[in-house]
Write a protein that binds this ligand. Structure first.
Ligand code: RB5
Length: 155
């Protein structure tokens, strides 16, 4: 697969640990920055990487900041990007199998290198298959497209 990878300064060191591993797993990547530990704003990096995934130029994105949260929020503002914070193996698997996510976000202040490598290997090994989750995915795409009718389910 072609992977768009990006980090802010907080994720820079972990990103550099992951790069050779992604190649070892047989994937190509482009590093969208940042390129140092100088402080920078994560949306500035999340946006071009997420756009590159949404456009289809890249199959998936891997986005790293301090918590993974800022990257996920920023990336999810781009139509066609479905980003999940992945810090445990079960959520990482489900982000593909239940949600067909195309970006994984990790926090370098939350997990270490060994966990991150395991999560990346797992995430890149999985592909979404049609399942009962498909209709839920179709619905969040309706929300994105502005075509979903608001229905209240409360009493
Ligand atoms: C630092 O800017 C920190 O806020 C960032 O790395 C990330 O944790 C945000 O979600």
């Amino acid at each position: 697969m072609k992977i768009a990878i990006a980090s802010d300064h907080g994720g820079y060191a972990l990103k550099n640990e992951l790069l050779p591993y992604i190649t070892e797993l047989g994937h190509e990547f482009r590093d969208f920055g940042c390129c140092s530990t100088d402080s920078m704003d994560y949306p500035d990096i999340a946006f071009p990487a997420a756009e590159a995934v949404a456009s289809g130029e890249f199959d998936r994105g891997i986005l790293i900041c301090g918590t993974g949260i800022g990257m996920a929020i920023s990336a999810n503002k781009v139509n066609g990007v479905y980003a999940a914070v992945c810090h445990d193996i079960y959520s990482t698997e489900r982000s593909i199998l239940s949600n067909d996510c195309n970006c994984m976000c990790m926090g370098a202040l939350v997990i270490g290198k060994a966990t991150a490598l395991t999560l990346v290997r797992t995430w890149l090994s999985l592909t979404f298959k049609e399942s009962p989750s498909s209709k839920k995915i179709a619905k969040f795409k309706q929300i994105e497209a502005g075509t979903m009718e608001v229905k209240l389910h409360a009493n």
